[in-house]
Design a protein around this ligand. Structure first.
Ligand code: TYD
Length: 387
C-alpha cells in the first residue's frame, strides 16, 4: 500500500451535532493505493459502528434524481428477478418496486430497516456478513439477483462482503453493484468524496481485479453521470461470460488515464488540493466583500468541504436541507447550523454554496426564480466557478 493523501482532524461527515456546544470527535482520514489491485482505499479507518447506526441521517428518498434512477432500473429488471436481495436498502426506493413477498433486504441502520419492513419487505436490520447470508439462504433460498448501491464501498471487510455474496447468489444469478467512479473523483477533482464512510474508491480497473480474488467475473459496466458525481453500475457473475464492448472500452480509457499507476494518480491528487485552496479563497474573498453565503444541501460532502478548507459558521451562515433528520442540527466541527429548507431563507442571499453539487440540474430547476432574481450558486466541481 502506498499513501496518497492524509486529511487531518476531520469529524465524521454525517456525525451532525445536536447542540451547538457538542464537540465532534476528530479523526485523520488516510487514503492509500494498493499496487496489486489498483484499489484506492482508506487505512486506519474508524470502526463501522461509529459510522452506520440507528441514527444514520442519509436518506436516498430526499432526491427526485435518486428516486427516478432506482425506479427506472428496478422496473427494467423486475420481471427477470424472482428472488431479489438488496444489500443496504436505505429508504427502500429500489427494492420497493419488486414483489414484496419475494424480495429481501439488508439494512443495518434500524431506522431505515423499519421503513421497508413496514411496507412488507423482509428486511434484516444487520450488517452484511457470511452468517447473515447463510441465514437468508436458509430462510428464503438462494437469490437470483443481488443489488447493492453505494454500500459496498462502505463495507470495511471486502473478504466478508464478497464471501457473503458468493454464499447467497445462485449459480446463474446476477450481482449488480453501483459505486461512485474513482475516475470521476479525479477528473472532477471531487476531494469531498473522501470521507470516513467511503472506505473504498472503486474504478472499473480495480473492481475487475478485486472480483477475481473471489472467483467472480465482471461482464459489463454502465455509467451514470448524474448519480453521486459519476457512478458505475457493475454486472457480475459466477461464471466467466467474457467482457462486453463497453467494459473493454472503459478499461482501456482508465488504463490510458493512469488509474493503475500511483504516480499518475498523485498528479490528480495534487490538482484536487489546488481545487480545495481555490474554493476556500473564493469564499474568504466573498466574506471580505461582505457577500452573504449560505450552503445548499447539508451533504456529507458539504461537511468535508467546510472542514477540509477550514471554513465554519463565520464564513457560511447556514445550510439548507430537506431531510428532517438533519434539520436543527449543526455541521460537525464547522458548527454551521442546518435549517429546514424554505425558499424564504434564500431571500437577500447573494450566493449559495452547492453542497449537493451532484444534484445541480435538479436544484437549478427548483431555484429558477431565485436565480432569475440575481441569486448565484458557487461550486468547486469540476472547477471553482460561479453559476
Ligand atoms: P447526497 O449528496 O446524496 O449525499 P452525501 O451525503 O452522500 O454527500 O445528499 C443530498 C443532500 O442534499 C440530502 O441531505 C438532501 C439535500 N437536498 C436538498 O436539501 N435539496 C435538494 O433539492 C436536493 C436535491 C437535495
Amino acid at each position: 500500500m502506498k499513501k496518497l493523501i492524509t486529511f487531518e482532524n476531520l469529524p465524521l461527515s454525517n456525525g451532525l451535532l445536536n447542540d451547538w456546544d457538542d464537540t465532534a470527535p476528530l479523526f485523520n482520514l488516510n487514503v492509500g493505493f494498493d499496487e496489486d489491485t489498483s484499489l484506492v482505499h482508506l487505512y486506519d479507518n474508524v470502526p463501522a459502528e461509529l459510522l452506520f447506526n440507528d441514527t444514520y441521517v442519509y436518506d436516498s428518498s430526499q432526491s427526485q434524481t435518486m428516486i427516478n434512477h432506482f425506479r427506472d432500473f428496478a422496473l427494467k429488471i423486475k420481471d427477470m428477478c424472482k428472488a431479489p436481495l438488496e444489500i443496504g436498502s436505505n429508504s427502500g426506493i429500489f427494492i420497493e418496486h419488486f414483489d414484496r413477498d419475494k424480495a429481501v433486504a439488508v439494512e443495518p441502520c434500524k431506522n431505515f430497516a423499519e421503513r421497508t419492513n413496514n411496507i412488507g419487505i423482509k428486511t434484516y436490520p444487520e450488517y452484511w456478513t457470511v452468517d447473515l447470508a447463510k441465514e437468508i439462504v436458509k430462510n428464503h433460498g438462494k437469490r437470483d439477483m443481488i443489488f447493492s448501491a453505494n454500500t459496498i464501498s462502505h463495507i470495511q471487510d471486502l473478504d466478508e462482503c464478497f464471501n457473503a455474496i458468493n454464499e447467497c447468489i445462485s449459480d446463474n444469478g446476477t450481482v449488480i453493484i453501483e459505486s461512485p467512479s474513482f475516475l470521476d473523483v479525479l477528473e472532477n477533482k471531487e476531494f469531498d468524496q473522501f470521507y470516513h464512510e467511503h472506505n473504498f474508491y472503486f474504478s472499473v480497473t480495480s473492481m475487475e481485479k478485486i472480483l477475481l480474488k473471489y472467483d467472480l467475473f465482471l461482464r459489463d459496466v454502465s455509467y451514470h453521470k448524474d448519480i453521486h458525481g459519476g457512478t458505475n453500475r457493475y454486472f457480475i457473475y459466477k461464471r466467466n461470460l467474457g467482457k462486453s464492448e463497453r467494459l473493454v472500452a472503459a478499461l482501456e480509457y482508465e488504463k490510458n488515464f493512469g488509474l493503475d499507476d500511483y504516480d499518475k494518480i498523485m498528479i490528480h491528487i495534487n490538482k484536487m488540493k489546488k481545487n480545495m485552496e481555490e474554493i476556500k479563497e473564493l469564499i474568504l474573498n466573498m466574506n471580505i466583500f461582505q457577500k452573504t453565503i449560505v450552503g445548499y444541501g447539508a451533504t456529507a460532502k458539504f461537511t468535508q468541504v467546510a472542514n477540509m478548507c477550514g471554513l465554519d459558521y463565520t464564513n457560511i451562515q447556514y445550510v439548507l436541507d430537506t431531510t428532517p433528520e438533519k434539520q436543527g442540527k449543526f455541521v460537525p466541527k464547522a458548527k454551521i447550523p442546518i435549517l429546514k429548507y424554505n425558499k424564504k431563507f434564500l431571500k437577500n442571499i447573494d450566493y449559495c454554496f452547492l453542497g449537493a453539487w451532484n444534484y445541480k440540474d435538479e436544484i437549478m430547476k427548483k431555484e429558477k426564480k431565485w436565480i432569475d432574481s440575481g441569486g448565484k450558486f458557487i461550486t468547486h466541481i469540476p472547477w471553482v466557478h460561479i453559476i
